[in-house]
Design a protein around this ligand. Structure first.
Ligand code: SF4
Length: 178
């Protein structure tokens, strides 16, 4: 990978750190409402992710860090990296997995109002919370930063050609070390 593409991978890691810091802060703030914990895996479905995220995760995983595929029969399309109801690539998991369970604020489909979403299995007594910009995760802000980093990455990444909006299956990582 050339230096310009690597620079975008580093920017991705920096963004991920920023997201983790905010997610930790929001988790602490809402801890009385959050039921989300190890063992709850309803969000863990097979994902498609942006190429910059794919190669950043691949870059962190050694062949030993790639888990064996396990068949889980009681779920439809579980994420391949889910093992014993826990994430087997937890430190490297994609951005979307880092915000599971938090109250998210984003622009609605019509683009004329903000919408709030949270997991109803997880966030209890939501009626007791006054949701504001300060205590919710700003989904659009971080997605826009991620798309910008990815746009530069695919422009400079010469090993494969990707379109600007293309997403690729996370599961492909399993074949990369074979
Ligand atoms: S990468 Fe990990 S946290 Fe994300 S969906 Fe898969 S098992 Fe769940």
């Amino acid at each position: 990978m050339n230096a310009a593409a690597k620079k975008q991978i580093d920017l991705y890691y920096a963004l991920r750190l920023e997201i983790d810091e905010l997610s930790n802060k929001l988790s602490a703030e809402h801890h009385k409402h959050l039921e989300c914990k190890k063992g709850c895996d309803q969000c863990c479905l097979n994902l498609n992710i942006l190429p910059v995220e794919y190669y950043a995760i691949l870059n962190e995983l050694t062949p030993d860090g790639i888990p064996e595929i396990e068949t889980i029969t009681d779920r439809e399309d579980p994420c391949t990296f889910l093992k014993d109801h826990a994430c087997s690539i937890y430190p490297s998991r994609p951005v979307i997995c880092r915000t599971h369970g938090l109250p998210m604020l984003f622009l609605n489909d019509d683009g004329d109002d903000m919408e709030l979403a949270y997991c109803e299995l997880n966030f209890t007594n939501a009626e007791d919370v006054e949701f504001t910009d300060e205590n919710t995760y700003p989904e659009d802000t971080f997605m826009s930063k991620l798309y910008q980093i990815n746009r530069e990455f695919v422009k400079h990444f010469k090993d494969k050609q990707y379109r600007e909006q293309q997403i690729i299956p996370l599961i492909g990582i399993l074949n990369e070390h074979k």
